[in-house]
Design a protein around this ligand. Structure first.
Ligand SMILES: CC(=O)N[C@H](C=O)[C@@H](O)[C@H](O)[C@H](O)CO
Ligand SMILES: CC(=O)C(=O)O
Length: 305
């Protein structure tokens, strides 16, 4: 049995977009406002500084600022997972130590990026992060961006440690998800990455999910979860299919994050533009963003109805 409370990590966890001001600097007030809003939706937690949070595009100092803002606002209400993965182990450890200091509930990290690393290297990288705090650790497996294929044997080795409580799997194979769940055992969390497969992931063993598109429609993922929990698979599937239509549209813009940020802006939450090289939404995309936002809002109303 893990000595940590795993229940705090089971459910819908929003991969939070970072908030920037007009100059592109971290906007702590805006981040707090968005986090406050999410706390009112019923989600379980926030994942800060991950892919959607653009942690890899920020300085160590900026990443600390974002995390501090979020914890100051909702740290007592939501489970806060700090993504501390960085190209260097040194920066990752600094971020992990900071995350514990300011009150994060867990740290998480991708393998170190850019260099093609051996499993031994990635293991040492993760281990240094794990050893630097007393917080639980969640592996972030996203081979399509990191190039690192996590083996079952390394997963099992990591999961044997009390502190390693789970893996967030963004690979698209639900078979791999199931295999990781089986390998990690019942006392090991598997969190679904691809939002398009939330229900599929849940059905095959995921304990919940962490996703980037949750941020513009948390209510719809909560609806899938509610239907699934009640054993109403037909209804759960209906909502997953609606979500997938919306995600296909979101992915049709110059960048997914730009589209989600533009939608949040229409709802009164200014998070700025995605950071280059991620492309912003063009002025010519605005009408399409508005129409999509209205569609999502209609579905949210229906889901709540
Ligand atoms: C690569 C990436 O950012 N993946 C996210 C996390 O796993 C997902 O939440 C996607 O944003 C989502 O599934 C849309 O494709
Ligand atoms: C974890 C995740 O889904 C993200 O950071 O985008």
């Amino acid at each position: 049995m893990k000595s940590y409370n795993l229940e705090a990590f089971k459910g819908i966890i929003i991969a939070l977009y970072s908030s920037y001001d007009a100059e592109g600097n971290i906007d702590k007030e805006a981040a707090r406002k968005l986090a406050r809003h999410y706390a009112s939706t019923g989600v379980k937690g926030l994942y800060v500084g991950g892919s959607s949070g653009e942690g890899m595009l920020q300085s160590v100092e900026e990443r600390k600022q974002m995390l501090e803002a979020v914890i100051a606002e909702v740290g007592d209400e939501l489970t806060i997972i700090a993504h501390v993965g960085a190209p260097s182990t040194r920066d990752s450890v600094e971020l992990a130590v900071h995350a514990e200091l300011v009150g994060a509930h867990a740290v998480s990290a991708v393998p170190a990026i850019y260099y093609r690393l051996s499993p031994d290297s990635v293991e040492s990288h993760w281990q240094a992060i794990i050893d630097s705090t007393s917080l639980p650790f969640i592996i972030y497996h996203i081979p399509q961006t990191t190039g690192f294929q996590l083996s079952k044997s390394l997963l099992v080795k990591m999961a044997a440690q009390d502190k390693v409580i789970g893996v967030k799997i963004s690979a698209e194979s639900t078979f791999e998800l199931q295999q990781f769940k089986a390998a990690g055992g019942n006392d090991f969390l598997v969190l679904n990455g691809p939002d398009e497969q939330y229900l599929a992931g849940r059905s095959i063993g995921a304990d919940g999910g962490i996703g980037g598109t949750y941020g513009v429609m948390p209510e719809l993922f909560l609806k899938v979860e509610q239907c699934y929990g009640q054993g109403d698979m037909a209804e759960a599937q209906k909502w997953q299919f609606i979500i997938n239509d919306l995600i296909v549209e979101l992915l049709s813009f110059p960048s997914l994050y730009g589209a989600c940020k533009a939608i949040l802006s229409l709802r009164g939450f200014e998070t700025g533009q995605p950071r280059m090289p991620l492309l912003p939404i063009e002025a010519s995309d605005q009408d399409r963003v508005k129409a999509l936002n209205n569609r999502i809002l209609d579905y949210i109303l229906e889901a709540k109805g």
